[in-house]
Structures are given as structure tokens and as C-alpha cells.
Design a protein around this ligand. Structure first.
Ligand code: GCB
Length: 613
């Protein structure tokens, strides 16, 4: 190859890889110096992606001289009447951020595709020497981000945070940020084309500008060592030009801890700190300590809980005591307002219902929920199962698909690794058993274990009736070997037989590990009453819950359950007129906030379990 050609290829490679390069994730954005970009944005719907591709379908933002007339990312405005510009953000309709477009705009209810978001804002840096990053809580599904007409990067994955450095691109005074959000489904994506939830599109979580010193604390891990309630493991990562051999102080005043750590060449300081008689975090006493990290005059503070977590045989030990996980599954949706849940108030509503049900545990299905959920769970004393959208069928042999799934897992763990509430990372839901799928999930499990040695890893598997038996239920899945908790979705009485089948079912679980039933349930329209044999009535669902909990009690390793689901949620798969009308009706609470009869059956069962454990 000729030298010049190689050079051009290399340059192109760096250009492209730079475009998609992610700045390392900054954590605990909530407690840093930030400016919100939430609020009113402008938007243009672009189903044919005119603003992104030219008529030969080349990507405009890679062109040397992109056309001002159509390259939306330039945010250009006509300068005189003879100029052809075929878009204008300033004249576009308003949309709120955070928020999905489906529930805000009737005409976008079913829309899947590209929408361009535009926000003009003023910026005045607090400190001349500071660095700035733009941080997104999540954009579903793909986001191309531009500041003042310059590309910052592309992010893939609808439920995880990401940030870009904008120090050299941000101007004093007027700026504009443009996001191309695309929620098109695709076979190779994570999740793939087929799910049972609404594909809410847009900038669904907070957008902030984070301002930090030149060298700053980017991320940290502060948790008790595995099974040890008087040793805190610490790791702090600095970012900046002066990050090697620097001192970082860990200060937890209430615990009498003040300790200095020094960073290595890579800017990472690790160590262990002795702690005496910590008040441990638990659902009964969700104690959080004020934790301060100090580096120069850079202070990052956060409230962190400390607790130990271990599996011993079929027991889950929280602070050395066996716990039963009284759970419920939750989708990230607020049916009462309509659309994706995103705020602290939403989190308080959903987790408040779970508390009322008697829960000490929730399964945040089927993707990482917004950070308010895990923060409020920390405060309320609710343990959390957090999951990535490796759901049903994924392209198990596609390397890019794996990378995408791993990125989502990594990002979820990075964001929430200091939350005492989070006890389980789940790598999948109801995936069909095959060798490539098991390899894929095994790699995700290894990744989770490597990133976070203290939390438990699981996946929602499937069960079926054992061949040659009348009603013996088994889980035949090689993944059982690799998970800490055996979890499976059940559904006897709904997808499998009717409620009488629950009475005779036996379970044969081969492993001496804790078992959690990650789903069971029945559809019921709130307010529809009838015989307990009649589907869709509250009575059928109530009977299913009554019989299911009796049946599950026969599993010796049973240590918890997260029935499906807290509240009715929107799903395009649910079209039965007068009953579903676009809603999955397996909620214990309707989308209008009314409790169904089964709610009280589970509440009663949990009251009893609480006394037992
Ligand atoms: C399942 C899935 C969940 C569905 C549920 C249902 O097994 O994991 O995402 O919504 O069943 O209602 O069918």
C-alpha cells in the first residue's frame, strides 16, 4: 500500500473512531457542579433522515463541506431570502426533556425513527480553568450528539448514561446542542425487534453540563469487602493531565474515617480502610453515610450505605442474616402521567407502591432504570435487581451485538456500583438455550463479576414440565452453573394450563443455590369481576396468586420472588379490545393507580414471610 493511502486510511480511522469514542463515564453527576439542560427543546421529525444522509446516502457529518441547506446538525438558519435552507429549528414545535416523544405528541405515539432535538442555551463557566462535559442520563436508542455544529459522538443503547467532553467546543454566551435520537428497532440491537414493552423514543432522562477542574475525580468504588463488615475497599479514578502520584482523601465523618490514598501512574488510587462498628444498611434500617472524597479543592460527596452480601448454599445472607426477597417486578413507566418514568417523584410513587405491598426487593425490568430509582431505593431500604435488555432472542453470534450488550452492562454497573440497594445484576431474560447463547451470557457474567466482586449475578431463565412426568417442573439450562441465584419465570395458570395446574405442580431444582421466581402472573382488567375461572377478571388473577404462593412454598431453596408486575404497562403486543387496548394487564395496580384484588393476596403473603425471616 502506498504511504499516502495508508496515512489517509489511518486518518479516516482515527476520525471515525474519535467520533464514536466515548469520554469515560463520570459518576455521581447528581452531586457535582452542573447546569441543567432540561426543559423546553425544539424538535423536527425526520423519518427519511434527510438531515443525516444526503441523497446518495452518505453521512453528512462525515463530509468535508456538508450542505447547509439540509445538514440538520449544523443548526443553520437562513441568512437572506434567496438562500435555500430546508429546516429551521427556531420555528419548530416544542418538546420537554426529559420525556419520551410518544406520550408528549399524539402524532408520535407509534413513531419509531429519527427525531432531531435542538436546545439553544447560554453558558458562563464558573472557573476559566475548568473542563466541561455534557451528560445524558439516557437517550433511546441511538444518539448522535453535536455542539455548535460539531460532532461530539454517537451513543448506542437506550437506558444507560453517557457524556462527552465539550471544553474546547463550548462558547461563552450562546451555544446550541443538537441530538439526533433514533429509536428504530433492529435485529442486531439490544434489545432486538421483539419485546413486550413500549419503545419510547427520545431524550428520556436528564441532560446536564458538568463542570469539573482540569484534573478531577471521575469515578470511584467505595464498598465493604466481600463478607467483611469492617473493611472498606476503595478505588478512585482521576481524569486529567496531573493525575499520577496524587493524594486523594476519603472522609466519612460519622464513621470516624479519614484516610489518604495515592494514585498510580494511571491516576487510580486503590486501598482498603478499616472501619469499626458501622451501622449496616438493611431494609429495616437503610442507613446512609455522608462520604466525601477530596482531591485538591475538588470535593465529591455522596451518601453511601454499607452492607455485606453473600450466598451460602441456598441462603442469601445480608449482613450475615438470611433474607427472603419479597419482591415485585417494575417497568420504568408512569401510567398515570403517561410515558417513561424519569423523575424522583416517579421513583417515589413506584417504590412507594412496592413498600405498601410489603416488598423489600424490586426487579427493575428489563433494562437499567433511571438513577432516581436506585437512589430512592437506597433511601427507602429496598433491595434491587438491575438488568440489561438482553431479552428473548438476540444475535448471539454477532460480535457487535455482544459488545453492545457488554457496554450496557458495564455502564449500568459503573453508574450504580456504590448503591447499597443494588444486590443483583441480571444479564438476561428468557433467552432460548443454545451453545452460542450460553457463551454470550457466560461472558457477560464474567464481566459483571470482574467489575463488581461483591454483588450477585443472575438471569431470568425458563422452566418447563419434565419429560415423562405429569407436572414436575424443571430448569434445564446450563447457565444455572454460572449464576449466583437461580431465577426463572414461571406462568403456570396463564401461559401454561389454568389455575388447577398450580395445585399439583412439583419442582425439582438440582442446584443448592438460592431460587427466585423472577416472574409469574395473570392478566386482569381492574374493575372486571366474575367467576374465579374467568380469564381477565380480578378474581382469576387473585386465585392465581393465592395458589402460586402455596405452590412455590414447596421449593426448599426458595429465597424470593418478583411477580409480574407492579402496574399495568403499555405494550404494542397487547391489542385485545376492551381488555388490553394496548396495555399488558398483569399489573397488581391499574395504570390509573387502582389496586386489584391480587395486590392484597401478595401483601398478606409478604406480611407472613416477613415474620418468618
Ligand atoms: C415474560 C416476559 C415479560 C412479559 C411477560 C408477559 O415472560 O419476561 O417481559 O411482559 O412475560 O406478560 O407475558
Amino acid at each position: 500500500m502506498k504511504k499516502s493511502k495508508l496515512l489517509i486510511q489511518l486518518m479516516l480511522f482515527f476520525m471515525v473512531s474519535n467520533m464514536v469514542a466515548q469520554t469515560p463515564q463520570i459518576t455521581n453527576v447528581e452531586n457535582r457542579q452542573t447546569m441543567t439542560l432540561n426543559g423546553v427543546w425544539k424538535y423536527l421529525v425526520d423519518p427519511y433522515e434527510l438531515g443525516y444522509y444526503d441523497y446518495r446516502r452518505t453521512v453528512r457529518d462525515l463530509q468535508e463541506n456538508p450542505s447547509k441547506s439540509e445538514s440538520f446538525f449544523l443548526g443553520y438558519q437562513q441568512q437572506d431570502p434567496s438562500e435555500r435552507v430546508e429546516y429551521d429549528f427556531t420555528k419548530a414545535d416544542n418538546i420537554l426533556v426529559p420525556g419520551d416523544w410518544n406520550s408528549q405528541k399524539e402524532k408520535l405515539f407509534y413513531y419509531e425513527g429519527t427525531v432531531w432535538y435542538y436546545k439553544a442555551f447560554k453558558y458562563q463557566p464558573k472557573d476559566e480553568a475548568s473542563r466541561q462535559f455534557v451528560h445524558f442520563g439516557a437517550v433511546n436508542y441511538e444518539a448522535d450528539v453535536y455542539l455548535n455544529g460539531q460532532k461530539l459522538g454517537k451513543h448506542i443503547g437506550g437506558f444507560t448514561p453517557f457524556n462527552y467532553e465539550i471544553t474546547d467546543k463550548l462558547k461563552e454566551g450562546e451555544n446550541f446542542l443538537i441530538v439526533k435520537a433514533d429509536n428504530s428497532r433492529g435485529l442486531e440491537k439490544v434489545p432486538t425487534v421483539n419485546t413486550d414493552w413500549w419503545n419510547y423514543g427520545g431524550i428520556t432522562r436528564d441532560v446536564k453540563i458538568v463542570e469539573v477542574p482540569e484534573t478531577f475525580i471521575q469515578d470511584y468504588y467505595i464498598q465493604l469487602a466481600e463478607g467483611d463488615d469492617d473493611v472498606i475497599e476503595v478505588s478512585v479514578t482521576l481524569n486529567g493531565s496531573d493525575k499520577a502520584g496524587r493524594e486523594v482523601i476519603l472522609d466519612i465523618p460519622e464513621a470516624g474515617i479519614k484516610s489518604t490514598l495515592t494514585t498510580n501512574e494511571g491516576g487510580v488510587a486503590t486501598g482498603t480502610v478499616k472501619a469499626k462498628k458501622l451501622t449496616l444498611w438493611s431494609p429495616q434500617n437503610p442507613h446512609l453515610y455522608d462520604v466525601n472524597l477530596m482531591f485538591d479543592d475538588n470535593l465529591v460527596s455522596e451518601r453511601i450505605g454499607f452492607r455485606t452480601l453473600l450466598v451460602q448454599g441456598s441462603d442469601i445472607l445480608l449482613n450475615d442474616e438470611s433474607v427472603f426477597l419479597r419482591g415485585i417486578s417494575i417497568h420504568e413507566e408512569n401510567g398515570m402521567r403517561g410515558g417513561r418514568a424519569y423523575s424522583e417523584e416517579d421513583a417515589r410513587m413506584l417504590l412507594g407502591w412496592a413498600k405498601e405491598l410489603g416488598c423489600n426487593f424490586v426487579r427493575l425490568a428489563h433494562y437499567p432504570h433511571n438513577e432516581n430509582m436506585t437512589r430512592v431505593a437506597d433511601e427507602m431500604g429496598i433491595m434491587v435487581w438491575s438488568e440489561v435488555p438482553v431479552y428473548w432472542t438476540i444475535q448471539w453470534q454477532n460480535e457487535a451485538t455482544y459488545e453492545n450488550a457488554e457496554n450496557q452492562l458495564t455502564s449500568m454497573i459503573t453508574r450504580d456500583k456504590n448503591r447499597a440497594s443494588v444486590v443483583v445484576w441480571s444479564v438476561a431474560n428468557e433467552t432460548p438455550v443454545s451453545a452460542p447463547r450460553t457463551e454470550f451470557l457466560k461472558s457477560l457474567i464474567e464481566k459483571a463479576n470482574q467489575m463488581d466482586p461483591v454483588r450477585l449475578v443472575s438471569a431470568a431463565l425458563e422452566r418447563h414440565t419434565k419429560e415423562g412426568t405429569e407436572n414436575t417442573q424443571v430448569v434445564e439450562d446450563p447457565l444455572q452453573k454460572y449464576v449466583d441465584i437461580i431465577a426463572f419465570n414461571e406462568y403456570i395458570g396463564w401461559y401454561d394450563g389454568r389455575n388447577d395446574k398450580l395445585k399439583t405442580a412439583e419442582f425439582d431444582i438440582q442446584f443448592n443455590k438460592p431460587v427466585i421466581i423472577s416472574e409469574f402472573g395473570a392478566g386482569a382488567l381492574q374493575g372486571l369481576h366474575g367467576e374465579k375461572e374467568a380469564l381477565w377478571t380480578e378474581e382469576y388473577q387473585e386465585e392465581l396468586y393465592r395458589e402460586t404462593v402455596k405452590m412455590l412454598e414447596k421449593i426448599p431453596q426458595l429465597r424470593g420472588m418478583t411477580p409480574w408486575i407492579l402496574a399495568d404497562f403499555r405494550s404494542p403486543r397487547r391489542v385485545l379490545p376492551d381488555i388490553q387496548d394496548g396495555w399488558n394487564r398483569k399489573g397488581l395496580i391499574s395504570e390509573t393507580g387502582n389496586k386489584k384484588k391480587a395486590f392484597y393476596i401478595l401483601q398478606e403473603y409478604y406480611r407472613m414471610k416477613k415474620e418468618q425471616f
